[in-house]
Design a protein around this ligand. Structure first.
Ligand SMILES: [Zn+2]
Length: 252
């Protein structure tokens, strides 16, 4: 879970029609007495606009096509859906509010369901600096201790089921890759230490640099589960040592 960069302005189709769509939905709520009582077909007709392609595309762009909560790339297991941070079934007037829309995968959407984020707030990936509050213990996502949003982070993990089996498996696979890359770094460090000539040493340093770039790519915000990789690197002695060597060389 990382912060996503939504544009401040809504896509023009939303900006131009938000008031009218909201009014039509609100009229139907008043006519039938509640949101849940609007007949299915009529409700679908009133709601369909929030899924317009322009809106979906803008949200997908903001999150590098990843789910804003679990950081999976939904194209691998379904489409990226448009999620209402405050559920539309409870807050129908926020159905077409740009600030209330997030890109989400089907699994997280199902888990989050109608959780009332106004009464029981969870982290909002388009507002909160989520990275500050999330850590990992092995492959489990945990709330960082002693932060202002500790409780919020705990609730987010629970509500969105961010330690579900599919995510544990994905993180375990990623851990294997990261560990393999880490071994390569370790090997490079050894070879640099043992290099008998300057030429060999500079070759080994070039190899080290390439290995660092490869491992750092996994923590790039466009990569799936990037926060897990980022946290791994922050704690990797081999990676930190390799960075130190490169920095020293660059400063020489
Ligand atoms: Zn998800």
């Amino acid at each position: 879970m990382i912060r996503i960069n939504k544009s401040a302005e809504p896509p023009s189709v939303l900006k131009d029609n938000c008031s009218e769509w909201t009014k039509n939905l609100d009229d139907a709520v008043n006519k039938y007495g509640s949101y849940s009582k609007i007949p299915k077909a009529e409700k679908e007709n009133l709601l369909k606009y929030y899924r317009l392609k322009d809106i979906q595309d803008e949200l997908a762009k903001a999150s590098c096509r990843k789910c804003a909560f679990c950081e999976c790339i939904p194209s691998e297991g379904g489409n990226l859906e448009v999620e209402h941070f405050a559920p539309k079934s409870l807050y129908h007037k926020l159905t077409f509010e740009w600030n209330n829309l997030l890109p989400i995968c089907r699994k997280c959407n199902d888990s989050k369901s109608n959780h009332d984020t106004i009464k029981e707030p969870i982290l909002n990936p388009s507002i909160d600096d989520t990275e500050k509050y999330i850590d990992f213990s092995l492959i489990n996502m945990v709330a960082k201790q002693e932060t202002e949003y500790y409780e919020k982070a705990l609730l987010t993990i629970d509500v969105c089921s961010l330690n579900g089996t599919r995510l544990l498996k994905a993180r375990a696979d990623l851990l294997v890759r990261l560990s393999e890359y880490q071994q390569k770094l370790s090997q490079c460090l050894k070879e640099i230490e043992q290099a008998s000539t300057d030429r060999i040493k500079s070759n080994k340093i070039r190899k080290l640099k390439e290995s660092i770039e490869t491992i750092e790519e996994l923590g790039d915000k466009s990569e799936k589960y990037s926060l897990f990789s980022k946290r791994f690197l922050e704690k990797s002695q081999e990676y930190l040592e390799a960075k130190k060597i490169l920095n020293n060389i660059n400063n020489d």
